[in-house]
Design a protein around this ligand. Structure first.
Ligand SMILES: NC(=O)c1ccc[n+]([C@@H]2O[C@H](COP(=O)([O-])OP(=O)(O)OC[C@H]3O[C@@H](n4cnc5c(N)ncnc54)[C@H](OP(=O)(O)O)[C@@H]3O)[C@@H](O)[C@H]2O)c1
Length: 245
């Protein structure tokens, strides 16, 4: 994908999981990558060092994206380092599945702070600071399309992400497109934690291909959405779930 070359791509939550996979892939396509993380410095360093060892370009920026001052600093540092931001990928997220009645107010606040407030803050910054004709990709979830017990709060956060995506696509202007990708179950810590082999087999049977997605299944779609070839798509929630829902 030649038109990713030299693009500055800011990926939130890129120390692990889908975000880390995307960071490596964008760097390989010649983009300049900002690897954001909140806590896991060692894992973020591993992603950075893999990229730099291949002679590709990336920096690390620690910022808790649920905090507005840290998000503002993340944008500040990126622009100082690379001069601009072409693509913002709002990938950072958390999930803790429990029956609704077992969730506490703190569980509710943590999910909404990390999954929703974060994109509110980053999109506010993007409205002012993303380059003209830039691209915003919000990572949503197929959880909004199913009725899985335990997913009420998590899926509600992603429903909020979807609607903010749709409205913001019409607000932002300057040629910037805004979309969400809604993955189905994908083999990362967020999804695998606490699930038995039996449950994983059952979940794999819910899509048309009989397997759980790997991060690279999602990355390939995000690579296209971050390229100029996707430009006429905006305000859309694109499911990436192998016909699961
Ligand atoms: N895996 C799935 O099945 C699946 C399905 C649908 C949608 N998704 C969505 O895909 C995205 C990535 O998920 P994943 O499965 O790759 O998760 P993951 O492996 O748990 O990785 C989460 C990433 O988010 C970062 N993060 C968490 N809170 C943060 C904060 N406050 N500020 C900055 N970074 C923060 C983590 O950084 P640290 O390492 O520093 O903690 C980590 O890099 C999420 O939005 C998730 O909801 C995942």
């Amino acid at each position: 994908m030649s038109n990713l070359k030299e693009k500055v791509i800011l990926i939130t939550g890129a120390s692990r999981g889908i975000g880390a996979h995307m960071a490596r892939a964008f760097a390989t396509h010649g983009a300049k990558v900002v690897i954001n993380y909140a806590n896991n410095h060692t894992r973020a360093e591993e992603v950075l060092s893999d990229i730099r060892q291949r002679g590709e370009t990336a920096i690390l920026v620690k910022a808790d994206v649920s905090k507005e001052d840290e998000v503002n600093q993340l944008f500040e540092t990126t622009i100082k380092e690379f001069g601009r931001i072409d693509v913002l990928i709002n990938n950072a997220g958390m999930m803790n599945t429990k029956l609704l009645k077992e969730n506490t107010e703190a569980d509710f606040n943590d999910h909404f702070n990390i999954n929703v407030k974060s994109i509110f803050f980053t999109m506010k910054q993007a409205a002012i600071r993303l380059a003209d004709n830039g691209i915003i990709i919000n990572i949503s979830s197929t959880a909004t399309r199913v009725m899985f017990p335990g997913y009420s709060i998590y899926s509600a956060t992603k429903a909020a992400v979807d609607q903010m995506t749709r409205v913001f696509a019409r607000e932002i202007g300057r040629g910037i497109s805004v979309n969400a990708i809604a993955p189905g179950p994908t083999t990362t810590e967020l999804f695998l934690n606490g699930k038995s082999e039996e449950l994983l087999t059952q979940i794999a049977s819910l899509n048309a291909f009989g397997r759980i997605a790997a991060p690279e299944d999602i990355t390939k779609i995000v690579l296209f959405m971050a390229s100029d070839d996707s430009k006429w798509i905006s305000g859309q929630i694109i499911a990436a779930n192998g016909a699961m829902a």
